[in-house]
Design a protein around this ligand. Structure first.
Ligand code: ADP
Ligand code: ADP
Length: 228
């Protein structure tokens, strides 16, 4: 099966004259079934690492593997899902139609799509809001809808970049416990990027710490609560 791995990855961004070295000699192994968090100072390269795994950017050097294959192959096989801070909901579509979006793109037929979207909506606690428009929901509820959308494809890998980053601390804490409950129902391997140490500890088996830019993993801490 395989988990996720980052092997000797380097990342240099070039924009005209400006050269930014984001990652140097970065290594991280996340075994299948593990929930890992990645923490570190702002700008150290956490999102870059996640975006490499999600096939949004290509590393300048080194290898990224997700389920034993390259991010591009994993993307084609739809084995992972990405949830970010500002996960976009199409404003003109109702929540149900937004949650169905991934399944629609994957070519799943309408009846199956409906059933799987409704299941995911229930799992994130949004039952009753299927016919609401995104603008009618709070920020926390929209993020939960984004998580529902990510779960519909039953991804083996979940990549989350500050999923509740735009929300206040109390809402965040509440949603973290909800996310924990949801994760227990999936067998996904998780990589969560966060700037919150408490969030990392609540939600993961392993906390990886990234050193300041150019980033590389400097520490790995096993939390050891176990999640089953
Ligand atoms: P973090 O997620 O830890 O805050 P990022 O991965 O977003 O860090 O950024 C790491 C470094 O790379 C920062 O210095 C940032 O300015 C730079 N960077 C990120 N994305 C780009 C980009 N698309 N173009 C140029 N520089 C970038
Ligand atoms: P935010 O995090 O943006 O405040 P919450 O998820 O905490 O959003 O929800 C905000 C409000 O929306 C809640 O106080 C509640 O009244 C309502 N709400 C949220 N989820 C549900 C639900 N499943 N059923 C009914 N009302 C809900």
């Amino acid at each position: 099966e395989g988990g996720m791995s980052i092997r000797d990855v380097g990342m240099v961004y070039r924009r005209g004259e400006q050269v930014t070295t984001a990652l140097v000699g970065c290594n991280l192994e996340i075994p299948a079934g593990n929930w890992a968090s990645l923490i570190g100072a702002s700008g150290c390269g956490k999102s870059t690492l996640l975006r490499i795994l999600a096939d949004i950017v290509k590393p300048t050097s080194g290898t990224a593997l997700i389920g034993g294959v390259s991010p591009a192959e994993a993307r084609a096989a739809r084995t992972y899902a990405l949830v970010s801070q500002q996960s976009t909901m199409l404003p003109w579509r109702k929540i149900l139609a937004n949650v169905e979006l991934g399944l629609e793109v994957a070519g799943v037929d309408k009846a199956d799509r409906r059933r799987r979207a409704e299941e995911a909506i229930e799992l994130v606690g949004l039952k009753g809001f299927e016919q609401a428009f995104p603008s009618e929901l709070s920020g926390g509820m929209r993020q939960r809808a984004a998580i529902a959308r990510a779960l519909t494809l039953k991804p083996r890998f979940l990549l989350m970049d500050e999923p509740f980053g735009a929300l206040d601390e109390i809402t965040r804490e509440k949603l973290n416990f909800e996310l924990l409950r949801i994760l227990k129902e999936t067998s996904a391997t998780l990589l969560l990027v966060t700037h919150s140490i408490s969030e990392a500890i609540i939600l993961s088996d392993t906390v990886a710490v990234m050193s300041p830019r150019p980033g590389r993993i400097s520490h790995r801490v096993e939390i050891g609560f176990g999640h089953d």
